[in-house]
Ligand binder design. Structure first.
Ligand code: K1U
Ligand code: ZN
Length: 194
């Protein structure tokens, strides 16, 4: 198994529309295993293939406390919606941002499992919220799209600044390590200690 890297807003690849899954083969099983590993490690309660730069219509979810109820939805579609509810959402592609979003309170989803067999499920509560959030990812939509453009731009600027600072911090740390290594190999570090 392998952990996959997660694309972050505003990466344009997150705007890609997923294509239907046609081949229910060993490669698909491996991708699903890798997506579960990535989701549990993050940690998250859902992950759409779009987020790991795979543009196929599949998502994984586990909203249980014990992390022992994995669900896979392949080629999912919501076939019924009922009621409205506002809840706070997060997203592994929009790290450290939590905002309220209004969605259907209950949904019925039709999808296929890992063998390609079709099934239908009724979801409510966190599972319904998470499923709608993940299906949005497969259509290239993010939860920040439900916010005002002012808020969305503020979030984009904050994430871009954090990414810049991380890159600069990483570059500075890399330069310090390279300096230390070169001093060590030339014997200067040892001379100073003595
Ligand atoms: O799609 C994603 O990026 C995953 C996202 C799913 C989601 C969370 C909340 C509401 C709607 C959709 C996350 O998992 S964010 C992380 C998170 O919410 C969480 C992480 C660990 C424990 C509990 C929640
Ligand atoms: Zn998300």
């Amino acid at each position: 198994m392998a952990q996959l890297s997660i694309l972050e807003f505003p990466d344009p690849r997150l705007r890609t529309h997923a294509k239907p899954v046609r081949d229910f083969d060993a490669a698909l099983q491996q991708l699903i295993a890798d997506m579960f590993e990535t989701m549990y490690a993050a940690p998250g309660i859902g992950l759409a293939a779009t987020q790991v730069n795979i543009h196929k219509a599949l998502l994984v979810m586990d909203t249980s406390q014990e992390k022992n109820q994995p669900h896979v939805y392949i080629n999912p579609e919501i076939i019924a919606r009922d009621g409205l509810e506002v809840s706070e959402e997060g997203c592994l592609s929009v790290p450290s941002v939590f905002e309220e979003v209004q969605r259907a309170a209950r949904v019925r989803v039709r999808a296929q499992n890992v063998d390609g067999s079709p099934f239908e499920r009724d979801l409510e509560g966190l599972e319904a919220v998470c499923l709608q959030h993940e299906i949005d990812h497969l259509a290239g939509k993010l939860f920040v799209d439900y916010l005002s453009s002012l808020k969305r731009d503020r979030i984009r600027r904050k994430l871009e600044k954090e990414r810049r600072e991380r890159a600069e911090g990483g570059a500075a740390a890399g330069a310090a390590a390279a300096r230390a290594a070169s001093e060590h190999s030339s014997g200067r570090a040892a001379a100073r200690v003595i």
